[in-house]
Each structure stands twice: as structure tokens, then as C-alpha cells.
Design a protein around this ligand. Sequence first.
Ligand SMILES: NC(=O)c1ccc[n+]([C@@H]2O[C@H](COP(=O)([O-])OP(=O)(O)OC[C@H]3O[C@@H](n4cnc5c(N)ncnc54)[C@H](OP(=O)(O)O)[C@@H]3O)[C@@H](O)[C@H]2O)c1
Length: 311
Amino acid sequence: MAQVASHFKLNTGASIPAVGLGTWRSEPGEVRGAVSFALKEGYRHIDAALIYGNEHEVGQGIKDSGVPRNEIFLTSKLWNTHQPNVKEGLERSLKALDTEYLDLYLIHWPVRLVPNESSELLPVNPDGTRSIDREWDQSETWRQMEEVYESGKVKAIGVANWSIPYLEALSKTWKVVPAVNQVELHPFLPQHQLWEYCAKHGILLEAYSPLGSAGAPIMSDESIQDVAKKYDVSPATILISYHVNKGVVVLPKSVHEKRIVSNKTVVELSKEDVTLLDGLAAQGKAKRINTPLWGWDLGFDDWYSPVAISG
Ligand SMILES: NC(=O)c1ccc[n+]([C@@H]2O[C@H](COP(=O)([O-])OP(=O)(O)OC[C@H]3O[C@@H](n4cnc5c(N)ncnc54)[C@H](OP(=O)(O)O)[C@@H]3O)[C@@H](O)[C@H]2O)c1
């Protein structure tokens, strides 16, 4: 079988491994071993975030692996409560991960949450709604991201969960074009227009929740299983390979050794099969899985959640 890309290029010129290990909901006690095992098995890309609450263990896993830090592509994300002070958020992640620098630092959501006595990282108002500052100017957060980029403590900066209208608004003031936009992407949420927009602006897309997040629900879809049979691989391999075949980085999460090993397998798909997978959402299977209460008005055209609107 022909080879598909193992790495892509960022607009900084740096190389990024096409498959990275996700760490969201990788529990304390599990994630250290998962990260160390993955690195020993050849992964060179780890996707972390302050809000995952496990960066300390991710850092330990990196050390345990014995793989030199400069051979690893390490991403972390600025949490929503740290938007007014990017340096502070970054320092916290660097300390927890026990590293001098990040290869990529992302704004986790284009949303500022205002900490209060209810919670430091996930604050709510007295009526139970999220404590969100909708007036906060994202271009100010990006300006501070540009500052930490200039400091050298992060080798690239980018965003996560940014729709086209949000990117367009940011483009009016950005000096540094985001290297990456990390969003939910899979055949049920292919985001074709965002794919085109990012390609046009040299922003590399990264696919999160490629298997449908907890429990990997997309793997059981009949069409995905049919394609998997055709290539004699698992449905997970098809869902992971789909992105790499489209020039998109993919971040499957697992804490199980067998899955960690098999999730780095990428197969080349025919154009017809990529088109088939691209078309599933339009055939009535469209579904967004990650819908936090601050997400509903972020300009994604598929987003509709009456429950979320109340939050
Ligand atoms: N920027 C953001 O806002 C954002 C949001 C969501 C996710 N992310 C990033 O993207 C990563 C991936 O997304 P995700 O964690 O939501 O979900 P995912 O990778 O789509 O799916 C993870 C789930 O699939 C299971 N799984 C993994 N490989 C499997 C396999 N080969 N066969 C069967 N089941 C398998 C995992 O279980 P086990 O662990 O038990 O194997 C887990 O339950 C995250 O970990 C995080 O790093 C970013």
C-alpha cells in the first residue's frame, strides 16, 4: 500500500507529526503510562491542555519514556479563565509539564470565563449558568499569544474551536497567522468550508474527537464498518486515516496499549472512499458531539442546542 504523509508542515516551517496522542479524560494513574508507552512505541506528538487536569502526569510520562524532549512535538492550550493573562496560563502548563517550552500553544476556546468563588477553572454564576465574559476581545488574547511566541517559550501559536467568522474577525489584527485550528472533525462533522478556509490561509487543521469521543461511537456506524472491511483494518483506522488523507492532523486518545499501537496505523484511502466519508454528514448523519455550554454562539453553522442556549 502506498505511503501517506507521516508529517505535515506548519506555517512556521516546523514539522508536525500527523498523528498525536490525545489526553483528554485520560485519568490520573493512567495517563502517565499511556504517554510513556506511546512515545516508546514511536509516537512523537502529544496533545495536552491545562483544563485536562493531568499535565503533571503527561510530563512524567514524557520523562519516563526516555525520548529526548526535542524529539517530541508537545501541544498545550490556554484555558478560558486565563485569557486576560496568557503568560500566567502558559507558565502554569510549562511548570506542570516540567518543560522549558511548547511546540504549539493554542487558545482552547474563543471564550473568556471569569473565575469566581464557585470554581477557578469552570466558574458558574449563582443561577448555575457559566460565568462568561462575552464582551472580552479575542484579539487581545491573540496579541498576548503573539508576545509569548516572540519570547520563544512556544514555537508556534494557534487556536482551537474557531469558526470562520471568528477567524475572519481575528484576521483584521493578527500579526502572526495562527499555525493551527484544532476543532471537532470526523465524517459526521466534516466542516468542509472551514477546511477550505484554513487551507487558503495556511492554517493547519487538527481533528479532535476523531472517533466520536468517549466510547468511540462513530466506530459502530455501518458505512464506516463497510469501508474498514474493504481495507481489512479496524473502523478506528479508517476514522484516523480519513484526516491524514485530507492533510489534517489527527489526535486519537486512548489509555490502552493495544489501541495506542493500532491508532498510529494510517492507510491510504482511495479518492472515492474519502468522498464517500466526506458525504456521510449530508446524508443525515451530521452530529456535533462536543457541545459545552459556552459553545453555542461561536459561529459554527451546524450548532444548534436549545439546552446550551440557556447556559
Ligand atoms: N481542543 C478541544 O476543545 C478538544 C476537545 C476534545 C478533544 N480534544 C483533543 O482531542 C483528543 C481526542 O478526542 P477525544 O478524547 O474527545 O476522543 P476520541 O479520540 O475520538 O475517542 C476517545 C475514546 O475512544 C476510545 N478509543 C480509542 N481508540 C480506540 C480504538 N482503537 N478502538 C476502540 N476504542 C478506542 C477511548 O477509550 P480508551 O482510552 O479506553 O482506549 C476513548 O473512550 C483529546 O484527548 C484531546 O487531546 C481537544
